[in-house]
Design a protein around this ligand. Structure first.
Ligand code: GLU
Length: 470
């Protein structure tokens, strides 16, 4: 085990979304690649927006994606005593001070600064104050340096320089006693021994503030990697407007976790032109040297393509397990029931080429597993004409004398098309509708071989439904 330790630190104010999952993945990959540790930390200090339900759903999303953590989940709300100790220390060392300005006063000054066009920053009037203000509970502010620069060494962006003059004297503890984000992040990263901070570059502007806090404590600064944003196809920051962004919504839409992982890793990381990677390959190949500097565009079509590729390459046995909840959802089976495994293992290989999601796969498995399936009425009207009746009766008689093997079924069709002087497709389409309810399905002879005698029952059912010729 190396000394590398990374963390994923979601705020539980929403479900695990695509951006968060990508951050978690890059942390996980780095830890696994380097033989380091991966910590899950829940940043729930914003108690008005954080919920236990979101914590549960974030962990569920990570588990589904196979992003296992070595420590945690640690919750910041359980660590307030620790933060208080650190705040006291800064106050004692004169590196922080009490601020007695009320939120109303601060807002008033902010408005004035905006009107005057001067920078909207705290004017530091309490920084040199010597005594308390009677009857006012103060907040605590951190003393930022007043001049000079600070440099962020970033594995993706290189060195980024910030002017200290632009950094506000940050509130590290609100007057209600709760500590603030930029402060607790540093305390936690130090306490947990985090060596590399991998997060979205929306946090880049927080980094100089955090660096000054490290410095005030005299702690070693970790290495940073700020991941470029993920944008929607319209180049705006990815959001709900662009469709499902929560990881569990993709799960429910029939995406495979491995496909989503493969898609997420390519939002920022590349390895030549290679598109498809096994998880072992990713762990082996991942490095920040191949993480790009520019934002990535989220492309739902590519994700769907990748999912279809994964469905094609996943063993039928595994697919038969993964598809189960979707068979329950589409009403093919009841929760807890298991369909005939042998039938599933025969049917699935016939369907993978035409299934882009597990929902597609479940929809087609329905007519293999159950005799209750929807019929496409329009196709039925078009293909199940009265003159077909005789042909289907003839075919079914032939079929019943076979063992329903692919080749015997082909023979039975041939006899029928010869007898009536029709083409194969003139017979295949009505039979297809009879056996599956629709006009798109695997090869008709394969279908008959898998369904066996049930094929004849279904053809009989169709014969009864077709009107007699005039
Ligand atoms: N809690 C922050 C967020 O969810 C992440 C902070 C960090 O990674 O430093 O955006």
């Amino acid at each position: 085990m190396s000394g590398i330790k990374v963390r994923f630190a979601p705020s539980p104010t929403g479900h695990l979304h695509i951006g968060g999952a990508r951050t978690a993945l890059f942390n996980w990959l780095y830890a696994r690649n380097m033989g380091g540790k991966f910590v899950l930390r829940i940043e729930d200090t914003d108690t008005s927006r954080s919920t236990d339900e979101y914590i549960g759903s974030i962990m569920q999303g990570m588990r589904w994606l196979g992003l296992d953590w070595d420590e945690g989940p640690l919750r910041q709300t359980e660590r307030f005593d620790i933060y208080s100790g650190y705040i006291d220390r800064l106050l004692k060392e004169n590196k922080a001070y009490h601020c007695y300005c009320s939120p109303e006063e601060l807002e008033e000054r902010r408005q004035e600064a905006m009107k005057a066009g001067t920078p909207v920053r705290y004017d530091r009037r309490c920084r040199e104050r010597t005594g308390p203000v009677e009857g006012v509970v103060p907040s605590v502010r951190f003393k930022m340096p007043l001049s000079g620069n600070v440099e962020v060494a970033d594995m993706i962006k290189g060195t980024v320089t910030f002017d200290n003059g632009q950094v506000d004297d940050l509130i590290i503890q609100r007057s209600d006693g709760t500590p603030t984000y930029n402060f607790v992040v540093v305390v936690d990263d130090v306490e947990m021994g985090i060596t590399h901070i991998i997060r979205g570059d929306d946090h880049l502007n927080n980094t100089p503030k955090q660096l000054h806090i490290y410095e005030a404590f005299g702690y070693k600064v970790p290495v940073f990697a700020h991941l470029p944003m993920i944008l929607g196809p319209d180049k705006a920051r990815l959001s709900k407007r662009h469709g499902a962004t929560s990881v569990t919504a993709y799960r429910d839409e029939g995406y495979l976790a491995d496909a989503l992982i493969n898609y997420l890793v390519r939002l920022g990381w590349s390895y030549g032109d290679q598109e498809i990677f096994s998880r072992q390959e990713l762990v082996k190949l991942f490095s920040f040297a191949s993480v790009g500097k520019s934002a990535s565009i989220f492309n739902p079509d590519k994700l769907l393509w990748l999912n279809a590729e994964y469905i094609k390459s996943t063993p039928a046995d595994k697919l038969s397990e993964l598809v189960m909840p979707f068979l329950v959802k589409n009403g093919t089976i009841k929760a807890g029931d298991t369909p005939d495994k042998e039938l599933m293992l025969k049917a699935i290989p016939q369907l993978v080429e035409r299934s882009r999601t597990l929902i597609d796969l479940a929809a087609q498995l329905r007519y293999f597993i159950s005799d209750e399936y929807e019929t496409d009425e329009k196709a039925a009207r078009k293909f199940l004409r009265p003159e077909k009746k005789k042909q289907l009766v003839f075919l079914n008689e032939k079929l019943r004398s076979t063992s329903y093997s692919h080749d015997e079924a082909e023979q039975a069709f041939k006899s029928t098309t010869d007898e009536f002087g029709i083409k194969l497709k003139d017979l295949a389409q009505p039979v297809r509708i009879s056996l599956t309810g629709g006009t798109a399905s695997p090869g008709i002879f394969d279908l008959i071989e898998i369904l066996g005698p049930r094929s004849s029952d279904r053809i009989d059912r169709t014969i009864n439904e077709i009107e007699d010729p005039e």
